[in-house]
Design a binder for this molecule. Sequence first.
Ligand SMILES: *Cc1c(COP(=O)(O)O)cnc(C)c1O
Length: 400
Amino acid sequence: MPGRTFIHNPGPTNIPDSVLEAFRRPSVDFGSADFANFVNELWIDLEQLFDAHRVMAYPAVGHGAWEATLVNLVEPGQKLLLPETGLFSIRWADMARKLGFDPQPIAVDYRRAPDPALIHAALVADTDHELVGVFVAQTETSTGTLADIAAIREALDSAGHPGLLVVDAIAGFATDPVPLNELGIDVVLASSQKGLMMPPGMSFSALSEKAVQHNKTVGTPRYFWSWDERIDPQWVYQRFCGTPPIQHLFALRAAVDLLLDEGGLDAVCARHRRFADAVRVCVETWGEGFAVNATHRDEQASAVTCVLADGIVDQGVEISDLIALARDRYNVSIAPAMLDMADRAFRIGHLGDLNEPMLIGALGGLECTFRDLEVGFTSGLAAATAVLVSERERFCDQQS
Ligand SMILES: *Cc1c(COP(=O)(O)O)cnc(C)c1O
């Protein structure tokens, strides 16, 4: 088919040409001073982007960062508070349980962010400070909700609880702000194939000084995932507990440069917020049969929108047919919904290497699909474009 496929899955995302080209560079001697300098300089930028004391990296998908973070911070049998915001949190809790830890769930309405008051209450009730900390997904990719990390920090502080604040920002990093030091976070998890615009295969735990200190007291068996050698590596090999993923690091350099060139994470996150607003307004305009799953605007993630589409289902259309037609006929790739929403919702990713016409193109492709399926709706394209140009004055100010 002519033209490009519009990738609107909430990961993997579009890979910019400069990032793709980085993978074509030949191997280098990773023991050379040049390569060590290259990695050290990259790490200075990474630590700044995460606003972190140290950044651990693994040649692994996000699940690797999940496991690394757990085995470096929690001992067998220890409790951790883990709000069940949706599928990803549930999987993380399942992993923690299978590794021998004791995650304590906090129930969350899938249309809402986790309630800081419930977290506060659980922390206050933990008078012996048995909980290692709060482990929470900032962006819950399965539902499109966004947790209020500052409020969860405040819950720990006002409860006088010494636990760690560990934030899964695998979909949230470079889409909604998670400055580690500024927000009093101890660990921020990220992965390459979402806001970082890279292929899957590299993930991160950014650490506070407190997390580094705490890690030294944790006796859980670990080797590859261990932070011990990675924290102050004498040579590049130790940073990765093995051969450095050389081409991934070239690609990461290119991706970090793109984020910095756009004006840093504040500018990148502001663009994502605008795109999320445009998608939300478009969905609301589609009409009664459609709704954004996250009911409160300040709890809507900038990375992904989960659309409840009872209107389509009521008209006898299967969500799986909608997704297949959008992809195979109109070149727009969106994702199925998860959990109990699987049969009546879909998800639109709007993160990474995207601009306004790409977003409008994707929404237009979806509207073509609705027409093809003879689904009743009102076009939301005009409303979405209105949101996207509302920043014109700010843009002109910046240029002048
Ligand atoms: C994508 C995602 C993960 C899992 O990442 P993988 O790279 O698929 O292992 C975990 N948490 C969140 C919030 C995610 O969006």
